[in-house]
Design a protein around this ligand. Structure first.
Ligand SMILES: O=C(CO)[C@H](O)[C@H](O)COP(=O)(O)O
Length: 236
């Protein structure tokens, strides 16, 4: 059976079929998105004309190293397509994102795009979101108070589970590219993502959360038997 990284690259390669000359692209963050940027670099070297808006400093550096022209979201506020990975893909292409800590810029870039395509290995596809801890990005002023407000909002939305302040491997508090902190909520199950998202949106001190609802239109899932295309049109 193909290993997970080979499957991620397979999904990334298929996403290139949706890229056409002149496109303004949102470039995601994470190991799957990194495969896409790598392969996009080959296409650019072969003459494809695109401009990419990276969702993290990591992706920005990679795009530059692969010769992919980049711009900021201020320079390109309207994008044609955003290609990004996900930590979980649930019903109606509801996503958990932010395992790599880039959820805020990822959501900003995806929201600026006419279409978002998620690329992943098929293990990310789940019947219900929540096994992957939900990242919540917040300001670092009064983290303990923020956590209390979050615990209450999460309980009111019918979910429960501990929130843990994210740290780096050497024990330092993790900082996002926007210099915020992340609380990872191990909820186990999120039966009603829209209800939880609305609750989190209302918490003072929350900058953004990792529930991406109504943003992805397609998902390309790679498995041992090839690519499965999932489609969801929230407006239909
Ligand atoms: O949301 C993300 C980063 O903030 C990533 O898309 C998500 O963590 C998936 O990563 P990978 O492709 O490495 O499995």
């Amino acid at each position: 059976m193909a290993d997970a990284d080979a499957l991620k690259r397979l999904a990334a390669a298929r996403a290139l079929d949706f890229v056409t000359d002149g496109m303004r692209l949102g470039l995601g963050t994470g190991s799957t998105a990194a495969h896409f940027v790598d392969l996009l670099g080959d296409r650019v070297a072969a003459g494809l004309k695109v401009v990419g808006v990276p969702t993290s400093e990591r992706t920005r550096a990679q795009a530059l190293s692969r010769g992919v022209p980049i711009a900021t979201l201020d320079e390109q506020p309207e994008l044609d397509l955003c290609i990004d990975g996900a930590d979980e893909i649930g019903p109606e292409l509801a996503l958990i994102k932010g395992g790599g800590g880039a959820l805020l810029r990822e959501k900003l870039v995806a929201s600026a795009a006419r279409e978002m395509i998620v690329i992943a290995d098929q293990t990310k596809h789940v019947a219900m979101l929540g096994q992957f801890p939900l990242p919540v990005e917040g300001v670092d002023f009064g983290i303990a108070a923020l956590q209390r407000r979050l615990d209450a909002a999460i309980a009111a939305a019918g979910c429960a589970g501990p929130g843990t302040l994210r740290r780096t491997a050497d024990g330092a508090v993790f900082r996002t590219d926007q210099n915020n902190v992340i609380l990872d909520y191990a909820l186990g199950r999120i039966p009603d993502p829209a209800r939880l998202a609305a609750a989190l949106d209302g918490v003072v001190g929350v900058v953004e959360h990792g529930l991406f609802l109504g943003l992805a239109r397609r998902a390309l899932l790679a498995g041992p038997d090839g690519i499965t295309l999932l489609e969801w049109n929230a407006g239909a």
